[in-house]
Design a protein around this ligand. Structure first.
Ligand SMILES: [Zn+2]
Length: 273
């Protein structure tokens, strides 16, 4: 077992988030196109240069809209895992059936591009509905990457829990769906993406990536066998003011003995045993 594991993950949303709601405009759409046309090729080049594998959580909408670009990711040896078909936050579906249909459609899109059924899921919005875990189990998923109950240690999601306002928390029972935990502090979107309102995204890339490195160093020194997941988006970190700092981060992580960069499906498979 490596002393520390790094899971670089990219949510390859392309235009899918922009087509929901009332945000769609030619310019909003172009931000998603940047991810597909420019961000992903730059990221693939960087990953190849350092010979590190990554995991791309890719909505079916992206896979079906940009099949050639998606195949390049697969051919480079990276993992492609589930991120909804339509990038709809699970709680926004009208019904359990509608949520399940979207997940099933996403599975079909992944199978067309990779030839394999996805084993992992990451919720668009990092939130699960009351039905999501059940649906994931029905459809045979082994792992998820949307939760935050630990920081560097995979854990199993629980079902049947309850958190009433007027009684104690009931933890429910453990499922066999593994969680590879994420964090908003290890995500490029809140730091760098401009959405107006409360999300301006003008954080200093050097400082933010230094924080990512400092957190990695703490895990490396403190948590035996820790798994460090980092979430980025091609339309955000594929840009010229951020990607050089990501390169510096990869160099820093690689410089330490006992650090393994791995695909998340491989990490989940090994952890589940
Ligand atoms: Zn996304």
């Amino acid at each position: 077992m490596p002393r520390a594991t790094v899971c670089l993950s990219f949510d390859f949303d392309a235009v899918s988030p922009w087509v929901l709601g009332d945000e769609l405009s030619p310019t909003q759409l172009s931000r998603g196109l940047f991810g597909a046309r420019t961000g992903v090729p730059r990221i693939l080049h960087l990953l190849e240069e350092y010979d590190v594998p990554a995991t791309f959580f890719t909505p079916g909408h992206t896979l079906d809209s940009f099949p050639d670009r998606s195949r390049e990711i697969v051919e480079a040896g990276h993992g492609v895992q589930h991120h909804g078909w339509s990038h709809t936050p699970p709680s926004a579906f009208d019904s359990r059936a509608a949520e399940r249909a979207d997940v099933e459609r996403g599975i079909e899109s992944i199978e067309r591009v990779t030839g394999e059924r996805p084993t992992g899921y990451r919720s668009p919005s990092w939130d699960l509905s009351e039905h999501t875990l059940d649906i994931l189990q029905e459809l045979g998923f082994d792992w998820d990457s949307s939760g935050m109950a630990t920081d560097y240690t995979p854990y199993y999601l629980r079902e049947g829990w309850a958190a009433p306002a007027d009684d104690v928390y009931d933890p429910g029972t453990e499922t066999d769906v593994l969680e590879l935990p994420v964090s908003w502090k290890r995500d490029d979107y809140p730091a760098f993406a401009f959405r107006g309102g409360e999300l301006w995204g003008f954080a200093d890339p050097a400082r933010v990536v230094e924080n990512w490195a400092a957190e990695f160093d703490w895990m490396y020194d403190t948590v035996e066998g820790g798994v460090y997941t980092l979430t980025m988006h091609p339309q955000v970190s594929g840009r010229g003011q951020i990607l050089p700092h990501v390169e510096t981060l990869i160099e820093h992580m690689r410089s330490k003995p006992g650090v393994a960069f791995r695909r998340m499906d491989d990490v989940a498979r090994e952890f589940r045993g």
